[in-house]
Design a protein around this ligand. Structure first.
Ligand SMILES: [Fe+2]
Length: 135
C-alpha cells in the first residue's frame, strides 16, 4: 500500500498543503522501507523529522486557525497535543528499550495511519472548508 497525496486533501493554503504533502511522503518512505526490511532504520529518520515537524507544522496550522477565528480551534489543538504525546511516548520507548524494535515500527505505522485517516483527512479538511466560506 502506498500513501499518495490527493488534491481533495488540500485546505487551500499552500504552506500547510506542502507540509501535509511532506508528512505523507515521509510516511510513504517508512512503508517502502518496511517492505525492504529497513523499517527500523527509517523509523529513526522519521522520529527526527517528526520532532521538528510537530512544532513547525502544528504551530503554523494553529496560527492560521487563530487568524481566521476557526471555531474548533481548542479541540483541534488538543488533537495536536495528543499526537505530540504519542510521538514522545514512542520515542521514550525506543530509548528505554535499547533501540528500535519491530513493534516500534508497527506502532509508528499505526500512529501515522490513524493520524492520516482521523485527522488530516477529516479535521484538517474542516479548516479548508471553513476558510473557503469565511475568507
Ligand atoms: Fe491539524
Amino acid at each position: 500500500m502506498g500513501i499518495k497525496w490527493r488534491e481533495e486533501l488540500a485546505i487551500g493554503v499552500e504552506e500547510i498543503d506542502n507540509q501535509h504533502k511532506e508528512l505523507l511522503e515521509r510516511f510513504d518512505l517508512l512503508l517502502t522501507a518496511c517492505k525492504q526490511g529497513k523499517g527500523s532504520e527509517e523509523l529513526l529518520y522519521l522520529i527526527d523529522f517528526l520532532d521538528t515537524y510537530v512544532v513547525s507544522h502544528f504551530g503554523d496550522e494553529e496560527k492560521l486557525q487563530r487568524q481566521h477565528n476557526f471555531p474548533d480551534y481548542e479541540k483541534h489543538h488538543l488533537e495536536h497535543e495528543a499526537f505530540i504525546a504519542r510521538v514522545k511516548e514512542l520515542k521514550d520507548r525506543m530509548y528505554s528499550e535499547g533501540g528500535v524494535h519491530i513493534d516500534h515500527v508497527l506502532d509508528a505505522n499505526k500512529m501515522l495511519l490513524d493520524w492520516l485517516l482521523r485527522h488530516v483527512t477529516v479535521k484538517d479538511r474542516e479548516i479548508g472548508r471553513y476558510l473557503q466560506k469565511h475568507s
